[in-house]
Design a protein around this ligand. Sequence first.
Ligand SMILES: NC(=O)c1ccc[n+]([C@@H]2O[C@H](COP(=O)([O-])OP(=O)(O)OC[C@H]3O[C@@H](n4cnc5c(N)ncnc54)[C@H](O)[C@@H]3O)[C@@H](O)[C@H]2O)c1
Length: 277
Amino acid sequence: MDITELSKQYDFTGKTVVLTGGTGVLGREMASGLVGLGAKVAVLDRNTEIPEDYQTKVEAGPGKYLVVSGDVLDRSRLEDARELIVSAFGQINCLINAAGGNHPAATTKPEQVFSDLPEDALQFTLDLNLLGTILPCQVFGKEMIKHQSGSIVNITSMAAERPLTRIPAYAAAKAGVSNFTRWLAVHMAQEYSPEIRVNALAPGFFLTSQNRFLLMEEDEKTLTARGRQIISHTPLARFGMPEDLLGTLFWLLSDASRFVTGIIVPVDGGFSAYSGV
Ligand SMILES: NC(=O)c1ccc[n+]([C@@H]2O[C@H](COP(=O)([O-])OP(=O)(O)OC[C@H]3O[C@@H](n4cnc5c(N)ncnc54)[C@H](O)[C@@H]3O)[C@@H](O)[C@H]2O)c1
């Protein structure tokens, strides 16, 4: 292979990327990175509000940026979004499933033990993470099947392989996302096209609005006991920053990983490698 060709594989000019949960903390970083590499990024999110300075920054990139209101649990709205995105940007090349998270009421606490976790909070968490990954793969995957090519990246979690304490539904749902990633990788390659690849990113611990209450005390400076435990189990000794995900994400989306499918890549500062001794 001509090595200069390899360096061009991170040029996403002309490629359409659908990004669910794209107005969230990690999604915003992914969108701006991809627009910076020339991609046409269609963000699909329940929340379409984004800070003005972010909008200005992302729209200055060489690529294009479109925010579409949608719900990853509503198939007919996903289908409407697909029509809109295809007519605005053309063929869908990539899908990132970043909509997800834990419902605070699905977290065990001294005042809310496992037996009392409310069913609606458990169901919300299971649905958002697992069904909310499967439905977009069905709807946007159909476009990839039509064109016989595409790359899907799901966002799973450290909680998938070894469940973290206190968040049983989130851990179970992300285990489902990892399992489904492997299933869909085989299914797409065998039933449709070896040019359709499916992989996942497993971020370690990134300080965001969803988990801040678990990791930082109210003073915003002191780590909670859980925060301290995580850092002491992370060989690189810090929380992740959203931009830490980008290199791996670009690699999985692009042809640089063209012989890679069905894998889960931890981006975790070494958390998953460390036994604690
Ligand atoms: N932050 C971390 O440390 C961390 C670690 C591991 C995995 N993750 C995963 O990364 C992904 C992104 O997390 P984040 O930290 O950016 O969270 P976030 O809450 O900032 O972003 C999630 C986004 O998903 C959107 N969303 C929620 N429900 C939706 C629905 N039904 N339809 C469409 N959009 C919906 C939200 O509006 C939000 O913009 C999630 O799947 C999360 O579980 C995060």
